[in-house]
Design a protein around this ligand. Structure first.
Ligand SMILES: NC(=O)c1ccc[n+]([C@@H]2O[C@H](COP(=O)([O-])OP(=O)(O)OC[C@H]3O[C@@H](n4cnc5c(N)ncnc54)[C@H](O)[C@@H]3O)[C@@H](O)[C@H]2O)c1
Length: 263
């Protein structure tokens, strides 16, 4: 399918998990992609997979730390220059840390909010002039099921994702008449760097029964894992739809992709 032929897209957090799967899916559909991340080794892995798919000719990888304003200013400018403009932006970069809320330091709170919420704002702010230069453009931001449904020990993360949701709704109205759409995906239970590491962050004295509400009702699409975690490609395909003309009438909302966890 070549829904995105010639479309110029910047993807953050593209060294791993959902961001990497999204960059590869957009390339598969014909897009020209700048894949950015702080993890340069992971970006090399993204390039190897694009090579295997014979799409690497349309891929540029680029280090960018969304938690650092200077890095975002330089990075987005370089991405726009490399692509010769920008049609869509996918903000997948994010971190998850867990702690009892009464034991969450201000430093930890600021780290999580700084990368997830402030990082999303910074990349959007820097990308908007290039996006608005087109008659139609799209932003996909990453919320999470934790924005709307309780996730224990993850209050800072959930607050950052709720903030992204609210931010995205405001963007949608502010720029609708300029042809810009702004949408969130709200994934849950996707196998990735974040979910592989979550167990290590949960407090040792956590009440694990609280997580019984967070199980998908659909069988996993990762046949070998049996853990209920789905492959990142289930989110990547939805993002490809959202940035394509198939998503032309979707803005100011979030699409939950969680295997029915909160059905
Ligand atoms: N996996 C899930 O079930 C799930 C659920 C809800 C939301 N999400 C969101 O999906 C997005 C992608 O995460 P994932 O699950 O694929 O995890 P992941 O850890 O595999 O990918 C996250 C990527 O973000 C990058 N990153 C972290 N800090 C960065 C920074 N300061 N600047 C640039 N890049 C940075 C990491 O290096 C990594 O490559 C995140 O925003 C996450 O919060 C994931």
């Amino acid at each position: 399918m070549n829904r995105l032929e010639g479309k110029r897209v910047l993807v953050t957090g593209a060294a791993s998990g959902i961001g990497q799967a999204t960059a590869l899916r957009l390339l598969d559909e014909g897009a020209i992609v700048v894949a950015s991340d702080v993890a340069e080794g992971g970006l090399d892995a993204t390039r190897v997979r694009a090579d295997e798919a014979a799409t690497a000719g349309r891929l540029t990888t680029m280090p960018m730390d969304v938690g650092n304003e200077g890095s975002v200013i330089d990075g987005v400018s370089l991405a726009v220059e490399t692509l010769g403009g920008l049609d869509s932006l996918v903000n997948a970069a994010g971190i998850l840390r867990a702690a009892h809320t009464h034991q969450t330091s201000l430093e930890l709170w600021n780290q999580i909010v700084g990368v997830n919420l402030t990082g999303t704002f910074l990349v959007v702010r820097e990308a908007l002039p290039a996006l608005l230069a087109n008659p139609r453009s799209a932003i996909v931001n990453f919320s999470s099921t934790s924005a709307s449904f309780a996730h224990p020990y993850m209050a800072a993360y959930a607050a950052s994702k709720g903030g992204i949701q609210a931010f995205t709704h405001s963007l949608a109205l502010e720029y609708a008449r300029d042809g810009l759409r702004a949408v969130c995906v709200a994934p849950g239970s996707i196998k990735s760097g974040i979910t592989d590491a979550t167990g290590g962050y949960i407090p040792k004295d956590a009440d694990w029964t609280l997580f019984s509400r967070l199980m998908p009702i659909l069988p996993t699409t990762v046949e070998s894992s049996g853990t209920g975690m789905a492959d990142p490609s289930v989110v990547a395909g939805v993002i490809a739809m959202l940035v394509s003309e198939d998503g032309a009438f979707i803005t100011g909302t979030e699409i939950r992709i969680d295997g029915g966890t909160h059905a």
